[in-house]
Design a protein around this ligand. Structure first.
Ligand SMILES: *Cc1c(COP(=O)(O)O)cnc(C)c1O
Length: 412
């Protein structure tokens, strides 16, 4: 291979976040003036409570609970489902380490299933493992890639197995015109800085199940009668109140609350979501088309019901061996684009063999492993212009040429 250190590098800093809308400043200033940072101090309408109402309305669900992270939301979901110690929870073999971690944290046992080279759950393997004493399922819409939710819900509903959606990185994605995160019993989202809405840290869970959310609210740290501040004024919350009455003092308090400051940063970003989704999709599809024109790069297509909200792009290296795959990542970096190959980058938190904290024997998922050894990940935030996207796509295509050589590319 040849290095092209003289090649023009894409100017875009793909790690730059968008500025927080100015409206957040006034609200933060007000909070700093009053010192009112705790969600349960104000008698009503604390920023966290308003965020929960606005998020639930945006998603078209009855209840939302804002917490300290998506990991906390996943953990609380499992706890709120009332799973006994050592319950088996089925998760995809391709996800972020936070997912098996939340299962372990909830005293349950993660069971991994295979994921195909389109980054989506292998439904045959999922089905086979579902009948191995599984008590709950977490579907991780990894990087927004949505597995076949129709098949998954039919299989789980038929067995009475609850589904938790890890939609950490999928805000704005739709499946057959339904919002991702509203299809399973619970949906969990992240406000960590690399997600569509950025508060540094934060998360939220949504559900239509009053008893489940009542349990989650109490365990999130609504001690004494603070649950009253989760009843929306004027709203018919009888089912919710019954849930709180049932569970008061009967559940541990894990204290995973969100601060008013984080809510003040999040709320003015919610109206920005449709634009970020639109621009992210435009950038992704533009770059995907260019990558797919190369014989060495392949962006798997989405399943037909899926409308993604991408802020990054994933693609597979075609007909490259391990050495060529490594050389590709180096060539792309030389051309100014940082690419992670999930299975090659050191200690990658999305490679299941690095989850050495898992109990029991090491999982063996040959199909998922093969995918991870060729699947590349590059950031492609919504704020990039099409010129910047062109530069990124060109750099990736040329990096493949660097590795494979022009002769082969042009078939001489
Ligand atoms: C970011 C992410 C998480 C964890 O979210 P935190 O808010 O950082 O806990 C979980 N799952 C997926 C798929 C993610 O992308």
């Amino acid at each position: 291979m040849t290095h092209h250190s003289q090649a023009p590098t894409p100017a875009a800093n793909v790690y730059d976040a968008e500025p927080i809308p100015p409206a957040a400043r006034d609200e933060i200033d007000r909070l700093l003036q009053s010192g009112d940072l705790f969600r349960y101090t104000a008698p009503e309408n604390a920023p966290v409570a308003l965020l929960e109402r606005e998020f639930a309305e945006m998603m078209g669900v009855k209840y939302a609970l804002a917490v300290s992270s998506c990991s906390a939301a996943l953990f609380l979901s499992l706890k709120a489902l009332g799973l006994p110690r050592d319950a088996r929870v089925l998760i995809p073999g391709f996800t972020f380490a936070a997912v098996p971690s939340s299962v372990v944290h909830a005293d349950c046992v993660p069971v991994l299933c295979e994921v195909g080279d389109n980054y989506r759950i292998d439904i045959d393997d999922f089905t086979a493992r579902l009948d191995s004493g599984i008590s709950a399922v977490i579907i991780s819409h990894m990087r927004g890639h949505t597995s076949d939710m129709d098949a998954i819900m039919a299989l789980c509903d038929a067995r009475g197995i609850p589904v938790v959606e890890d939609a950490a990185h999928s805000l704005g994605t739709e499946w057959a015109d339904r919002k991702i995160g509203t299809i399973g019993r619970v949906g969990c989202f992240s406000f960590q800085s690399y997600k569509l809405v950025n508060a540094g840290e934060g998360g939220i869970l949504i559900t239509d199940d009053a008893d489940l959310v009542a349990r989650a609210v109490i365990m999130s740290g609504a001690y004494e009668h603070n649950w009253q501040k989760h009843l929306a004024p004027g709203d018919n919350s009888a089912a919710l109140e019954q849930g709180f009455a049932r569970w008061q003092n009967r559940l541990p308090l894990y204290n995973l609350r969100l601060s008013n400051l984080a809510a003040a940063v999040i709320r003015p970003q919610l109206p920005e979501v449709p634009r970020r989704v639109r621009d992210g999709r435009r950038n992704h599809d533009f770059v995907a088309e260019r990558l797919n024109a190369s014989p060495w790069l392949h962006v798997p297509s989405a399943l037909p019901p899926e409308d993604r909200a991408p802020d990054s792009i994933q693609f597979n290296l075609v007909n490259m061996d391990d050495a060529q795959a490594r050389a590709f990542a180096i060539a792309a970096a030389d051309r100014g684009v940082k690419v992670q190959i999930f299975g090659h980058s050191t200690d990658n938190a999305r490679a299941f063999w690095n989850w050495q904290f898992l109990p029991g024997s090491r999982p063996d998922l040959p199909q998922t492993r093969a995918m991870l050894m060729r699947a590349c990940d590059a950031r492609l935030p919504a704020h990039l212009t099409l010129d910047q996207c062109t530069a990124i796509a060109d750099a990736l295509v040329l990096a493949a040429h660097d590795v494979i050589g022009h002769a082969q590319v042009y078939g001489t």
